[in-house]
Design a protein around this ligand. Structure first.
Ligand code: SF4
Length: 271
């Protein structure tokens, strides 16, 4: 079923009317903006990419030596290696590892936290209610799962009780994610939630303090802009923050347009 933009924004909890606060000092009146208004707000010039806050590498960061040999793997071998991985204790409770899904040459890479129960059962990231919301978020910026979009998680196996993955688990799983990024060579990475932000950027600040900024992911010669937003599962529990997620998606779209406008295509050969 094809949803209209109004239905998509409704699904995100932003319809039928999106209210924008006036800047401080302006009239107390709250402007009522039609559901098309966010697209208008996004029609500004492409977001310049520099300067960007430079994330500090995490312990065992992407620059660390890779003990798994993942750096040498192509897609089929990488998928097999992830499916058979026992590098951390999360392997013990999984039905199956969940490597990721989508276009392996995508411009857009979305990274979440880890598989939940449904993902563990089906072997695909972001299914169920959170997945439905992610699909609506993608549709709101004219994207579709699998079409120029790849979706992965910071850890590939389900943490028990859907708890947040521990730092050691994310570090153990990082070589797989690092290799996925190196193979995809996306033009933009969107991190969904604080755990993904920590896993990819080593960024320890709160998600709220990191939103609205453009970070960089660096791995050798590969440099990819990164933005962060809320995890869909969080948004399902915190409906008012959907409006902030929409702002983040608008930022993501501007950054992507900036990438395309200034011809910042990345080198084709893997690092
Ligand atoms: S979470 Fe990652 S490192 Fe841990 S067992 Fe699964 S694939 Fe391996």
């Amino acid at each position: 079923m094809t949803l209209t933009r109004e239905q998509i924004l409704e699904e995100m909890g932003l319809g039928p009317v999106w209210r924008l606060r006036q800047p401080a000092g302006a009239s107390e009146a709250v402007a009522e903006v039609s559901p098309d208004a966010p697209a208008k707000a996004d029609s500004a010039a492409p977001m310049p990419l520099a300067p960007r806050p430079r994330a500090q590498p995490a312990a065992g960061s992407v620059d660390a030596v890779d003990p798994t040999g993942a750096d040498a793997l192509g897609w089929p071998a990488l998928r097999e290696a992830i499916l058979g991985c026992t590098a951390c204790a999360l392997c013990q409770g999984r039905k199956q590892a969940v490597p990721g899904v989508g276009d392996e040459n995508a411009d857009w890479l979305f990274i979440g936290e880890g598989p939940g129960a449904e993902e563990d059962a089906r072997g695909e990231p972001f299914v169920g209610q959170a997945g439905k919301l992610l699909d609506a978020m993608l549709a709101a910026i004219d994207l579709r799962r699998g079409d120029n979009v790849y979706i992965a998680n910071a850890v590939k196996c389900r943490p028990p009780g859907n708890r947040t993955p521990e730092a050691a688990e994310m570090a153990a799983c990082r070589p797989w994610l690092k290799r996925q990024i190196a193979l995809i060579r996306p033009k933009l990475i969107v991190l969904l939630g604080r755990a993904a932000m920590h896993a990819v950027l080593g960024e320890e600040r709160s998600l709220g303090a990191s939103r609205g900024k453009t970070f960089e992911y660096r791995d050798g010669e590969l440099v990819v802009p990164v933005i962060v937003t809320y995890h869909p599962a969080y948004l399902l529990r915190n409906l008012p923050d959907k409006a902030k997620a929409w702002e983040d998606l608008c930022l993501a779209r501007r950054v992507m347009r900036g990438q395309q406008a200034v011809g910042m295509d990345l080198p084709l050969s893997p690092a």
